[in-house]
Design a protein around this ligand. Structure first.
Ligand SMILES: CCCCC/C=C\C/C=C\C/C=C\C=C\C(=O)SCCNC(=O)CCNC(=O)[C@H](O)C(C)(C)COP(=O)(O)OP(=O)(O)OC[C@H]1O[C@@H](n2cnc3c(N)ncnc32)[C@H](O)[C@@H]1OP(=O)(O)O
Ligand SMILES: Cc1cc2nc3c(=O)[nH]c(=O)nc-3n(C[C@H](O)[C@H](O)[C@H](O)COP(=O)(O)OP(=O)(O)OC[C@H]3O[C@@H](n4cnc5c(N)ncnc54)[C@H](O)[C@@H]3O)c2cc1C
Length: 668
């Protein structure tokens, strides 16, 4: 039977080579081929079916996710998949499970913080999954405030042991993924006590990582350990496939050599030693690594929501504004729908490109760290923290908007959007609460501004070198067309970021106690950080356009997306641009007018731009976002796939409805 493509007319409108755009989106022909292979491996295998997930109760759901993880492991071994292939396989299975933390945090923590000897011992065991690990940092009472962690690790010189203890209820380890039911090991952050002395009580270096055996072979916890799951989380399915755990220690002994010893050591005699040439911030290194990964992944999450909403918008018809009776308008042709949808489409591309750049920055910093060059760590910290915060917040808001853009059907689980929202929301909290992370960026920016004159700003903050120009030269835009020039756009974002940073730095200088100033101005400081991070995203998109981009019309389509992203932000944050005096109201309104022109240029390419994400229907898991656009029969069928429709008479009907119909309520 011939398949009907309900979106064919839309696809025919494309003004660029979709196959070439797929390569740009994936990053390279090799990446495209790799992702395509892994996505289809998952899509074509019944073991990875996921549509029934939201109907399962927690225990079934969890067992189901263990089955999938075990099956994935078998595929990795049977097919001899590389670590990179295995990573994409897990990604397309699309279900948070313990291997995410094992591969994503436990192993990187050992790699980054273990001594050579420890790496030699623990890494082969971990990579072969002979042990399964998690990352136990957060406690019930302390999440953002890592310095406040209460778990203690007291050195016992007599037995050459550390004694790990949870002295209070609030010191209970709380949230670590994979901890609740599965892990055999954990990297635990604890406060170090040697010879009765807390080390580094004033600094952030009083927390050390320990690796220890959590379970005996029969899988009951070691004596002195209480472990469990933190309980049901938001959303059906969603993050409930993960065993986020709780953990308490009652004077649990572990050998001294299980303290991760790259940053500092405790000797057999009980002497505490800090490695001179390694900064203490390195114990936060795993978070830098994961924040980078989150940015690399988040564009795909947003692209998924945008793909669903764009396809449905290009299919569903509603009345025109002049006639409430004739259903003639495609939803995507409403200007208001475009102004909500197209900036999200542009953001997905923007986040993809900034994610590629961040990966490059992180790879560079990682190589430097291995060679004990720590000079670029502050920038890597600020960029990973800020971009993780910016992109996850925008993505989660974007998924919610996509749900609304699909009307009532977006709210159905079969649209794929509610579960995507539920599974993505915690990204604003885990790996650092987004506001807390933006405050870290603000610290970095304010410090850079304060040091102007005796320390050269580098990398993402190099615009601060041109402070004088940015503070005094205002925008030169005179026509709408003037707004679609890369260097002009970047300069506008630089001027806004620089002016906001300088104003805040001046306000901070008025406080006698800098910390009090920082606290009182924290809301403004977050805005400074947002401006700095948006500048990074815009400038990396503009830099991308300066590269050689093959394929008919591909570069032109990307240019439109870049300007949509940037001018949408100019419009959204026009208050910043106006208050700092960089723009006049006329220039701001020209930007908005130009944005409308750009929407009309983007419109014919909309479906092709989401096709270029190359998402399989399995990955989308959305009735309204199907590739073939055959929505309505499938939407109808999906209703009958719900076990709730197995019978006309639900449980409880005879008991609770009949008495009302028969007026026999007194018998209840
Ligand atoms: C939607 C799509 C999703 C895609 C999903 C993909 C993957 C998902 C993967 C995993 C998710 C699952 C697991 C999640 C795990 C976790 O959540 S683990 C726990 C994470 N916890 C945190 O992130 C805690 C956040 N808090 C902190 O990082 C610190 O406490 C904070 C930095 C906020 C403050 O610490 P403090 O010691 O008080 O720092 P100061 O402000 O005094 O700064 C001291 C100096 O250290 C520098 N610094 C801080 N952090 C770092 C770092 N990470 N690296 C390098 N340097 C750092 C800071 O800049 C200061 O430097 P100066 O002295 O100013 O020079
Ligand atoms: C799904 C999920 C998975 C997780 N996985 C892990 C894991 O594997 N391992 C692990 O160790 N942890 C994990 N966590 C814990 C996570 O890292 C913490 O939840 C996170 O760091 C935030 O800490 P908190 O929950 O204590 O929030 P809090 O720090 O209590 O924050 C609550 C509110 O206070 C504000 N706030 C806090 N501090 C400040 C400040 N200094 N200035 C201004 N505002 C502030 C925040 O902005 C936020 O609005 C996970 C969490 C979730 C939700």
């Amino acid at each position: 039977m011939e398949l009907v493509d309900h979106l064919r007319d839309e696809r025919n409108k494309a003004q660029f080579d979709v196959e070439a755009m797929k390569v740009v989106w994936a990053g390279s022909p090799q990446e495209l081929q790799l992702c395509d292979r892994m996505a289809n491996l998952v899509a074509n295998h019944p073991a990875f079916e996921k549509l029934k997930r939201p109907m399962l109760v927690r225990k079934e759901l969890f067992k189901n996710s263990l089955r999938k993880a075990a099956y994935a492991r078998k595929l990795v071994i049977d097919l001899g998949l590389s670590e990179e292939e295995a990573k994409w396989l897990r990604f397309y299975i699309d279900e948070p499970t313990y291997p995410d933390l094992h591969w994503g945090m436990f192993i990187p923590a050992i790699e980054g913080q273990g001594s050579e000897e420890q790496k030699e011992k623990w890494l082969p065991l971990s990579r072969n999954m002979q042990i399964i690990g998690c990352y136990a940092q957060t406690e019930m009472g302390h999440g953002s405030n890592v310095q406040g962690l209460e778990t203690t690790a007291t050195f016992d010189a007599q037995q050459d042991h550390f004694i790990i203890h949870s002295p209070t209820l609030t010191s209970t380890k709380w949230w670590p993924g994979g901890l609740g039911k599965v892990s055999t090991h954990a990297v635990v952050y604890a406060r170090l006590i040697v010879n009765g002395e807390f080390h580094g009580v004033h600094g952030w270096y009083n927390y050390y990582s320990f690796s220890f055996f959590l379970y005996l072979e029969d899988h009951s916890p070691l004596p002195g350990i209480t472990v469990g799951d933190v309980g049901l989380k938001f959303g059906n399915g969603a993050y409930n496939t993960m065993d986020n755990g709780l953990l308490r220690f009652h004077h649990v002994r572990i050998p001294r050599n299980q303290m991760l010893m790259r940053v500092s050591q405790v000797s057999r005699e009980g002497k505490y030693m800090q490695c001179d040439d390694v900064p203490r911030q390195l114990i936060y290194g795993t978070m830098v690594s994961v924040r980078q990964t989150i940015v690399a992944m988040v564009s795909r999450t947003l692209s998924r929501a945008v793909c669903i909403a764009t396809r449905y918008s290009a299919l569903r018809r509603q009345h025109s504004s002049s006639s409430l009776v004739v259903p003639c308008f495609l939803m995507i042709d409403y200007q208001s729908q475009q102004s909500r949808l197209f900036p999200l489409l542009a953001s997905a591309y923007a986040f993809k490109f900034v994610g590629e750049w961040l990966k490059w920055l992180y790879t560079d910093v990682k190589q430097r760290l291995e060679a004990n060059d720590f000079s670029t760590l502050p920038e890597a910290h600020a960029s990973t923290a800020g971009l993780k915060s910016l992109t996850t917040s925008a993505t989660v808001d974007g998924i919610e908007e996509c749900m609304k853009l699909c009307g009532g059907d977006g709210y159905l689980v079969s649209s794929g959007l509610p579960e995507l929202f539920a599974v993505s929301v915690p990204a604003c909290t885990y790996e650092g609460d987004n506001t807390v992370l933006m405050l870290q960026v603000a610290r970095f920016v304010v410090k850079t501004v304060s040091e102007v004159g005796y320390k050269e700003p580098l990398g993402t903050s190099s615009y601060i070198r041109r402070l004088n120009t940015l503070l005094h030269n205002n925008c030169l835009v005179q026509t709408g067309e003037d707004w679609v020039k890369g260097d002009r756009i970047v300069e506008a974002f630089e001027a806004r970021a620089a002016r906001m940073a300088v104003t805040c730095t001046q306000h901070l200088a008025k406080f006698q106690d800098p910390e009090q100033g920082f606290s009182e101005l924290s809301a403004d400081l977050v805005e400074v950080a947002v401006a700095h991070c948006q500048l990074i995203v815009v400038s990396k998109f503009v830099e991308k356009l300066a590269q050689d981009i093959p394929g008919k019309g591909v570069k032109e389509a990307l240019e439109v997306l870049c300007y949509v992203y940037a001018l949408f932000l100019v419009h959204k944050h026009q208050g910043d641009f106006l208050v700092t005096g960089y723009l006049t109201p006329k220039q701001a309104s020209l930007a908005n007018r130009q944005l409308r022109i750009l929407y009309s240029r983007l419109r014919p390419n909309a479906i092709a731009l989401v096709d270029a994400f190359n998402h399989t229907d399995h990955y989308l898991s959305s009735v309204v976002g199907r590739y073939d656009g055959n929505v309505y029969p499938n939407l109808y069928q999906a209703a009958f796939n719900d076990p709730f429709n197995d019978s006309h008479v639900p449980d409880g009907y005879h008991q609770y409805i009949h008495p009302i119909l028969n007026q026999t309520l007194a018998k209840l």
